[in-house]
Design a protein around this ligand. Structure first.
Ligand code: HEM
Length: 445
């Protein structure tokens, strides 16, 4: 009797192993995932609850979590146990072994420490003028009165901003070849057709394939030339671009970053920061153009040139409803108790941005685009997670939101924006990001 009474007061027993999930073969799950990720997540959430298992080729086993308390446990968990770098190994052949994205534990903290200063919130004001000038120049060159795709235009803006603020390159004769080489390089990370060979030969051998080798070599040559030039620059201390700050940065033991480290981090910032921000901007316009009254409110606020709370709320709501990536990954180095399960080492826990953001208990009418909700309640650390969380939270989160604010303001101040087609654009998976299916087709006037 005593034993039974004791058992009744104890917490529910932990189940050893993985939570339930679809029983389809891995190949079928992978196929559905690559085409209909958000639909699949919604279906699994209804059928299995807040925690379920998916099996995806080349990713292993994903344990999806979406309860904010469990998400908090993952983001604040021991970084020796929750490995994000191991979950990002697909980037290693392209970004290099020093990339902050692919490292874990001490080496990760070491690189992150070096990268943080240029991305502090207050530094953004300094980049603001450059961002606004680039946005204004690009937007003024866009056509009016005819439908066209906005996403490539947004990509041009975000690439130009990275060239100037991160690489610190301003002169045309150096900028043009670098821009072209970087564009070509970026296709490696975003073109689904080019990613197919990664799946076929595996990420480790990909660098050896001629089309990859050629593109990476060309970028490397140009970047190493920039690093050499910057190391010799007399005005290094006055320069505020990220490359100059990395050249001046010191490891904890006082040693400078090597050329290889700087190269890997520059490409990491490019890959992590370019497509993502362009996609978020495209979604903002995709949503706003289908909600003219909200677009008008934003325009009125921008023209008033004062504080911009509605702009901030619009960016937050865009990233909630259309997060650029749907999940983040932490690979377990040892068994972990989470949400009532004892999960095995080797499994990946994946806080699901999409499901957290669509939870009606957190966000009433979750499918509606309503920036006002963030004027009423500010975003929570574990309920608004478009930038992930914990020691791996996006390094560029302040940079990206600042850039989005600057570009959106410049755009709505200049143009009326209408969708080319009133139907909402559905998300379309491009390698990692979820972009608007028709690349935000609009007509400006
Ligand atoms: C709207 C735009 C962006 C979105 C939605 C976004 C989202 C994310 C997410 C979800 C992660 C993974 C976080 C985790 O695992 O918990 C991440 C990591 C990262 N992001 Fe961003 N990002 C954006 C823009 C940028 C920009 C502009 C930069 C830099 C210029 C940047 C640099 C990075 C870096 C370096 C990491 C790796 C951090 C680490 O592993 O310690 N991101 N980002």
């Amino acid at each position: 009797m005593e034993a039974i009474a004791k058992a009744a007061t104890m917490a529910p027993a932990t189940v050893r192993g993985l939570p339930p999930g679809p029983r389809m073969p891995r190949a079928v799950q992978t196929a559905i995932w690559s085409r209909q990720a958000q639909w699949m997540l919604g279906q699994c959430r209804s059928r299995f609850g807040a925690m379920f298992t998916l099996r995806i080729a080349y990713e292993g086993t994903w344990v999806m979590v979406s309860d904010p308390d469990v998400v908090k446990q993952v983001f604040t968990g021991d970084s020796r146990v929750f490995h994000a770098g191991e979950g990002n190994q697909i980037f290693r052949p392209i970004l290099g072994e020093n990339s902050v994205l692919v490292l874990d534990e001490k080496p990760h903290i070491g690189q992150r420490r070096l990268l943080l200063p240029p991305f502090h919130g207050e530094r953004m004001q300094g980049y603001g003028r450059t961002m606004a000038a680039i946005a204004a120049r690009e937007i003024d060159s866009w056509p009016t009165g005819t439908p066209y795709k906005l996403r490539p235009r947004m990509q041009a803006i975000t690439l130009e901003i990275i060239l100037e603020t991160v690489f610190g390159v301003h002169e045309r004769d150096r900028m043009d070849p670098l821009r072209e080489a970087l564009r070509d390089f970026l296709d490696l990370t975003t073109d689904p057709r080019l990613l197919a060979p990664v799946v076929l030969v595996g990420p480790e051998r990909i660098r050896g394939l001629p089309p990859f080798r050629r593109r990476i070599d060309r970028v490397d040559r140009l970047i190493h030339a920039e690093i050499a030039e910057r190391r010799g620059a007399e005005d290094l201390a006055e320069r505020d671009d990220v490359l100059s700050m990395l050249v001046a940065a010191r490891h904890e033991d006082g040693s400078p970053m090597s050329d290889a480290e700087i190269r890997d981090e520059l490409l990491t910032l490019l890959v992590a920061g370019h497509e993502t921000t362009a996609t978020a901007l495209s979604w903002a316009i995709e949503r706003l153009s289908r909600h003219p009254e909200k677009l008008e409110r934003l325009r009125a606020e921008a023209l008033a040139e004062g504080e911009d709370p509605y702009l901030t709320a619009t960016i937050q709501e865009t990233l909630r409803l259309r997060p650029v990536v749907v999940l983040v990954i932490r690979k377990l180095t040892e068994p972990v108790e989470l949400g009532g399960y004892e999960l095995p080492a080797g499994a990946s826990v994946t806080p699901c941005i999409h499901l957290v953001h669509r939870n009606p208990d957190i966000y009433p009418e979750p499918d509606r685009f309503r920036p006002e909700r963030f004027l009423e309640t500010p975003p929570g650390t574990y309920t608004w997670i478009p930038f992930g969380g914990g020691v791996r939270r996006c390094l560029g989160a302040a940079f990206a939101q600042f850039e989005m604010a600057v570009v959106l303001k410049e755009l709505v101040k200049r143009h009326q924006i209408e969708p080319a087609n009133l139907k909402s654009e559905r998300p379309f998976r491009r390698a990692i990001t979820e972009t608007p299916r028709h690349d935000t087709e609009v007509v400006l006037s």
